[in-house]
Design a protein around this ligand. Structure first.
Ligand SMILES: Cc1ncc(COP(=O)(O)O)c(C=O)c1O
Length: 404
């Protein structure tokens, strides 16, 4: 039996997977042109405005408002919608903490439904039980680039008069039943942070088809100004969430590669899913057949310890990384159990004199936290050989730990 790299053996792979971010002379030229333009900030500049239009058009949305990051995008939407102290937002416990934090930062309370085992996205069947007179919005997350069930979510929101704010921070170019995500609900938010499928180092975008929401978000992101108003005319309390020209210039070039890269990720994901069919104990999650295109920010895998001699997902991730495969474990615990979320929720409730209310149990999410694995998007920009190596490394580990 070959010795695993984690035990001092030779790693299966010596070559790295494609690095991220990727850039070429076009980003360099864009940055230099921005430097020489003398316009480094959005109000007099061209880059942010062009990015807003191009990103919105690519996502079949009418309006875009660029902001410094995805967290700010979510916060601006909530503030634009008037979501405030004591309001409730129904969302998913399996997401980056920013989704819940932004609710808490405006004083609202996130309420968590469990996730679906086949997509790891919010389970719409549990939403209605959580709706209360305080509920203002539903915030689905298109986790890892796979669109959430927007049909069911919009139906529920419509019947209860709730807003839908899509957290599409991981889902650039993802398509739900023929429609690009982001402006399927009332507003949608994207992140251009360093790991994302297009990146400006940092950056964020709000999309919407509603002129009213676009104007409100624009005002909130620009210190409460109005588009047609004087510079020192502020009509509401708000902060500065403007993106600068530098990341916008880079992001316009990044956006021009997104379509080709999305196709490559999807092709490699399909190939990898087939390759992993031979590895008992590693199951790519099936996804929702109604999804037209998964953006594959993450390739999501369910790990079964039974296939690997009872070792945990964390142990497996360490072993396969040592073999040169950049698989990692996912979010470590449901946000419904997260200390920071719980403490701030308790603080808000106490301030408002509201009785404590436990979050519902999210057993599917807890299981995914224990057994979920990810392969990040840049690995999916590699070759077929790169995909085969994921399965080969897993089989090597399986043979060492399970003896076959
Ligand atoms: C699902 C999700 N929501 C929100 C965010 C926040 O975006 P940012 O890091 O740009 O603030 C991220 C990304 O990091 C994310 O993955």
């Amino acid at each position: 039996m070959t010795t695993l790299a984690i035990d001092g053996g030779t790693p299966l792979r010596q070559r790295p997977y494609p690095s991220w971010p990727q850039w070429d002379k076009r980003e360099e030229d864009a940055l230099l042109a921005t430097l020489r333009s003398g316009n480094w900030w959005a109000p007099p500049g061209e880059q942010v405005k062009a990015l807003e239009q191009e990103f919105a058009a690519y996502h079949q949305a009418r309006y875009g408002v660029a902001v410094p990051n995805g967290s700010a995008a979510l916060e601006v939407c909530l503030r634009a919608a008037g979501v405030d102290w004591g309001d409730e937002v129904i969302t998913t416990p399996y997401t980056f903490i920013a989704t819940a934090n932004t609710c808490l930062l405006v004083g609202a309370i996130p309420r968590f439904v469990d996730i679906l085992p086949d997509t790891w996205n919010m389970n719409p069947a549990q939403i209605e039980a959580l709706i209360s007179p305080r509920t203002k919005a539903i915030m689905p997350v298109h986790l890892g680039g796979e669109p959430a069930d927007m049909d069911a979510i919009l139906d529920i929101a419509g019947r209860h008069g709730l807003l839908v704010i899509e957290d599409a921070c991981q889902a650039h170019g993802a398509i739900w039943q023929g429609r690009k995500v982001g402006a399927i609900g009332d507003m949608g938010c994207f992140s251009f942070q360093a790991s994302k499928n297009i990146t400006g180092g940092e950056g964020g975008m709000i999309l919407t088809n509603s002129e009213e929401w676009a104007e409100k978000c624009w005002s909130v992101h620009n210190v409460g100004r109005q588009r047609q108003g004087a510079w020192y005319q502020h009509i509401k309390l708000a902060s500065n969430y403007r993106l600068s020209e530098w990341p916008a210039a880079v992001l316009r070039v990044q956006l021009s590669r997104l379509e080709e890269q999305s196709q490559k990720r999807a092709e490699n994901a399909a190939y990898l899913a087939e390759a992993l069919a031979e590895v008992e104990g590693l199951d790519p999650i099936p996804g929702d057949p109604r999804v037209t295109r998964n953006a594959y920010h993450l390739f999501k895998i369910r790990y079964d310890p039974a296939g690997f001699g009872g070792r945990t997902a964390r142990e497996f991730a360490e072993a396969i990384r040592a073999e040169g495969i950049p698989i990692s474990i996912g979010y470590p615990e449901p946000l419904s159990r997260h200390r920071v979320v719980a403490e701030r929720t308790a603080f808000i409730r106490e301030k408002l004199g509201l009785p404590a209310e436990p979050q519902p149990d999210c057993p599917v999410c807890a299981e995914v936290c224990a057994r979920g694995l990810w392969l990040a998007q840049n690995a999916l920009l590699g070759t077929r050989q790169d995909m085969d190596d994921v399965a080969r490394a897993a089989l090597k580990i399986r043979s060492a730990w399970a003896g076959h």
